[in-house]
Write a protein that binds this ligand. Sequence first.
Ligand SMILES: [Mg+2]
Length: 329
Amino acid sequence: MTAYVLEDRFVGSMLGTALGDALGAPFEGRARVTVPEVENLIAGRGQLRYTDDTHMSIGLAQSLVARRGLDEDHLAQTLAENHGLEPWRGYGEGSARVFRLIRSGVHWREAAVQVNPGGSYGNGGAIRVAPLGLFYFDRLRELELAAERQSAVTHANSLGKEGAVLQAAAVAYALRSDPRKPVDISQFLGYLGSLARSKVYREKLRSLKDLVEQSCPWQSELAHRGNQGVEMEQEMARVRAALGNGVTAHDSVVTALYFFLTSPDAFLPGIIRAISLGGDTDSIAAMTGAITGARLGRGAIPPELEGRLENHSLIEEMGTRLYEIKAGF
Ligand SMILES: [Mg+2]
């Protein structure tokens, strides 16, 4: 893999998170969304504004760059300070309370327990984790531990941490995959299955395998157009029932994997279909975009969408900086 291509894919994953998030955000919480509604947003000219998902992934990238690896104390401070600067980004109330406590001087371990004694199992640890999946893509054992540790800063429940591990592993796998060849679905599921500890994730990964086998192949950029109407609604109903579309990690992380595995070779179809599922649209599309972006790189992202994305230069720069540290610059 040439250096240039790898850098392009680091940037692609950062942008993929942000564009999935920004395109999904206007539809968050809806029971269902039609493909033309999402396409209208894509065809528009307005600025694409991201939410907490991207804001936290920028914070994680900033901290990884500053510390050249994961340092939870530094990460907690960075996330808390960023939240204080832009608290209006749609943060979940639990995360917002943790960040306010950290800013008031409470240690993050204490803050997370004060807010949620059992630890949160929301998807906050997973939606921001892409930069860590990129940073540790060539050290998979470290990736697993680091993904758990970064989640624990706000989402300490084992289900929240496990979701972060699976999402980080998916980003790393996509980055290592050869985009000229089809994704090896059984190898991908074998790897993620080896990381799943709890019953709920193991069962959902088994359902994911069945659902992917039932789905049509989504190889072309326009493939999603062929699946509108009843057939698509049936597919979405199966995905909602088997994998979920909610704000908990176990109801959203495996769902994003589905949209990657069924649209791995073009940037937008997976994101559009993830949004059409309804529910936690910004987070599921952000996670889908992070994985697809790591496989296909910035070159696969329509330049006009990148240009409409709020703060896109900062987001691109974080991908480049992460890459440069990996490359030893
Ligand atoms: Mg959000």
